[in-house]
Design a protein around this ligand. Structure first.
Ligand code: ATP
Length: 222
């Protein structure tokens, strides 16, 4: 059974002038141990679909099951904090916190003691190939690839088994993009995480285990 299952999920944006049907009757199963790529043109609904998987928005119709349970029944803050982690093209690190503080922050938010949070944070920072020296730096003292690795370490430290990337290599050059994709692939294949990557980049899709295409809000398996 997949860790995440979308059943006939639809989402639309509404304003006073129009309704945009961004995601239309999507059925999808995400499995641990695999990298899933979702490709599609700009405006096809990829980011909206990722927001739904991340629990940032709820479907207008249909349902999303996490380990068999509707996410409507799990408290959304708990789902976002413990179950699904998102990494973004722009990294979304806290600029006034050091690398270590960035990774510790969500753990302390969960109520973890500082000493325990620090130990877990260092373990994950090292697991993404950064050193103790990086821990003391602020995000603006890192390369783009290093910043994305910090974002991944922060996501991993929360213990979530589902890692969702919204164009995670979009701001990186080819070499750093490759490092990030290899890291995400290792996390799926070696650590049994479920990885989903939304991307324009067809070369990422070639490296994924499962590839879906989004076209005008509809999803199909490639
Ligand atoms: N807040 C919003 N209000 C109204 N319409 C929106 C909103 N956000 C997105 N849309 C529309 O929903 C559709 C899907 O957008 P979405 O951002 O999910 O596409 P995307 O495939 O991720 O695009 P991109 O690759 O450019 O990020 C588009 O038609 C877009 O204009």
């Amino acid at each position: 059974m997949g860790i995440l299952k979308l059943i006939d999920v639809s989402y639309s944006y509404q304003n006073q002038y129009q309704t945009v049907h961004a995601v239309k009757n999507v059925n999808l199963e995400i499995e641990q141990g695999k990298v899933h790529a979702i490709i599609g043109k700009s405006g096809s609904g990829k980011s909206t679909l990722l927001s739904l998987m991340a629990g940032l928005t709820l479907p207008k119709s249909g349902d999303i099951l996490y380990e068999g349970e509707s996410i409507k029944k799990i408290r959304l803050e708990e789902y976002r904090r413990d179950k699904a982690s998102v990494i973004y093209q722009t990294f979304n690190l806290f600029p006034l916190m050091t690398v270590l503080e960035n990774v510790i922050f969500p753990l302390e938010l969960k109520g973890m003691k500082h000493s325990e949070a620090k130990e877990i944070a260092i373990k994950h920072i090292e697991s993404v190939g950064l050193s103790k020296d990086h821990c003391k730096r602020f995000p603006n003292m890192l390369s783009g690839g290093e910043r994305q690795r910090v974002a991944i370490a922060r996501a991993l430290a929360t213990g979530s088994k589902l890692l969702l990337g919204d164009e995670p290599t979009g701001s990186l050059d080819v070499a750093n993009g490759d490092i990030v994709v290899k890291l995400l692939t290792n996390l799926a294949h070696k650590d049994n995480l479920a990885v989903v990557i939304v991307t324009h980049d067809l070369s990422i899709a070639q490296k994924a285990d499962v590839v879906f295409q989004m076209q005008d809000g509809r999803l199909s398996l490639m």
